[in-house]
Write a protein that binds this ligand. Sequence first.
Ligand code: HEM
Length: 293
Amino acid sequence: MSSPQATITPPIPDHSRYIEFAGLHGKDVTEVLKSLKSLELNDQILVGFGPGLVSGLDKSITGLHGFKSLTGPGVEVPATQGDLLCWIRGDDRGEIARLSRVFIRLVASAFRPVRIINGFKYKTGLDLTGYEDGTENPTGDAADAAAFVSGAGHGLDGSSFVAVQQWLHDMDVFDKYSTDDTDDMIGRRQSDNVEFEGSPVSAHVKRTAQESFTPEAFVLRRSMPWSNADGEGLMFVAFGKSFDAYEAQMRRMTGLEDGIVDALFKFSRPISGANYWCPPVSDGRLDLSAIGI
Ligand code: HEM
């Protein structure tokens, strides 16, 4: 019996590391995938496969496609599609570093890391702007319905599609705004996290209000702040039973639906974007039957 990877449902941990890999040209990935299949993931390691990796095996997963770059009025959403994703979560940064080494060595004959971002929990789960992130995430059965494939058969049921997008904040710009202005940009009050009446149509929670789409566009977000020598921002991560909900939200945020760009773009912009399929697990190990491994 297959089930979702155990890293997806729990709330964000204190620390995590997102590692995205590119396939090495001409290398046979089959042996690597077999060794990945024997890796115990526990509740610490998430694995996702990019569309190129799956099509390179002459297989297909319905709904898996490359990240779509978008251009809206004055804004760009870039695609930086990778082949393999590993998200390591935990409360001990040393343990995350150790597991990263284990994983990178395991796949080294066919993949090289191209993006490594350390995420961390800020206070109770705030974005670096001080706004609570994740409030309107579905929970329980609603989270399962939003995030996991069901009714598609063995090897697919319990799998999930994840969009991973690194956002770079300009906190010098953000910090020049008054709290009233930034409350308007988000559509919630920073002081008490209440979604207030009368925020502008560009407010982020109005752009992304999950019930306002047809069909409704629910995702399970597991985003975490990041900060390093290159800057700071949010590693936005959304799990879905397909990419449809995420893509509908991103199009509206970018102004492609009605010309109105999400106010988040006043102080932040995406600098990466990639889609991955996260296979289900059996007995704590990846079930790769859907791709013939
Ligand atoms: C700079 C990047 C982002 C920041 C700082 C950010 C922050 C926030 C905050 C503070 C909230 C309100 C609390 C909550 O419900 O979580 C929120 C809600 C939400 N965000 Fe974002 N977000 C970002 C990017 C995105 C992107 C790229 C998407 C999807 C394409 C997205 C989708 C959502 C959704 C679906 C909600 C809940 C809306 C609702 O149903 O009320 N966010 N975000």
